[in-house]
Design a protein around this ligand. Structure first.
Ligand SMILES: [Ca+2]
Ligand SMILES: [Ca+2]
Ligand SMILES: [Ca+2]
Length: 311
């Protein structure tokens, strides 16, 4: 029988011996100087773009999987949705590429026609101010001398599939600074040419209207290569004269805008002096949008009398 009170021998396991530290989040537990130490911790990483890294549960060794904050930007890999955001841990596609066609500058560029005939931009919009389609065209000039006028029309084809003009909405401007000269005119056309309102005859009883604003911004103002001889009047290189029309469905019927053109001497029957030469689309192939998510192909359809891309 032992009579001393020395502790019983309790030798440590060799360093490096496996053990368990009771924490499932440390994957490699080994004895170090008689203590079980955990190492090789579980790394919690985000499951996907709409989750954030979780924390390891020591009793299970499993990571939690918290959602990213709603509204965090993400990509749903669909180019037809923009501004995608995380909602409840999933990436939800945002708005479509814009339906509103907006403005197009004259594809002929700046100063491509003689001053008073030169058109610079065409825009399509909708808005509370107009129960219909708002469109706007601009002359590059800001003033007209003597009896000179600026004359421009929007040409429409009724949907008879021949692309020839069936009617036109025309505005004349004159004076210093330019203002509207006479009322907005509606013409029925002979349906024989695309860019002429052949046999133009005043169409009574229309309800659409246009207003003229003498000086607005010029889409080509920043171009250093502007030719000052092409327009006249104060600030003509940096300002334009604008006609804005509210085209009502009652006047439009089932028609499609062909283009906006200027004409000599208030005569839309004659050959155009200048057309903006831009259409928002003519076929579905024109309606492709490429962004960081790939390519989205939309459809070219008539909205408010204007062929435009929808997605
Ligand atoms: Ca998307
Ligand atoms: Ca032009
Ligand atoms: Ca101008």
């Amino acid at each position: 029988m032992r009579h001393d009170h020395r502790p019983l021998p309790n030798p440590s396991k060799a360093n490096g011996s496996t053990c368990s530290d009771g924490n499932a989040c440390t994957q490699t537990d080994t004895c170090q100087s008689g203590t079980c130490g955990g190492a090789n911790p579980v790394t919690c990483s985000a499951l996907d773009q709409c989750h954030v890294p979780g924390t390891c549960n020591p009793s299970t060794g499993l990571c939690s999987n918290p959602n990213a904050t709603d509204g965090t930007s993400c990509t749903d890999a669909n180019a037809c949705t923009l501004s995608d955001t995380c909602q409840g841990g999933s990436c939800v596609g945002g708005n479509s590429p814009t339906l509103e066609p907006g403005c197009k500058n004259d594809t002929g560029g700046a100063d491509d026609a003689v001053g008073q005939k030169d058109l610079s931009q065409f825009c399509v919009a909708t808005g509370a101010s107009c129960a219909g389609t708002i469109f706007t065209w601009k002359w590059d000039d800001t003033e007209w001398s003597g009896k000179n006028t600026g004359d421009a029309c929007a040409l429409y084809d009724t949907d008879d599939a021949d692309t020839f003009a069936n009617f036109a909405i025309c505005v004349t401007v004159s004076g210093k600074p330019a203002g509207q000269s006479g009322p907005t005119r509606f013409y029925t056309c002979g349906n024989t040419k695309q860019f002429n309102c052949t046999g133009a005859a005043i169409k009574p009883g229309t309800v659409s209207s246009c207003t003229v604003t003498p000086t607005t911004t010029d889409p080509f103002a920043a171009l250093l290569s502007r030719k000052s001889n092409k327009c006249t009047g104060a600030n003509c290189l940096t300002k334009d004269t604008q006609a804005q029309c509210c085209v009502k469905p009652a006047d439009l019927g089932t028609a499609t805008l062909i283009d906006v053109c200027s004409y000599p001497s208030q005569s839309p029957s004659s050959d155009p002096s200048e057309c903006v030469k831009t259409l928002f689309c003519t076929s579905n192939a024109d309606c492709t949008v490429t962004n960081g998510e790939g390519t989205c192909t939309g459809r070219c359809v008539n909205v408010g009398g204007v062929n435009q891309c929808t997605f």
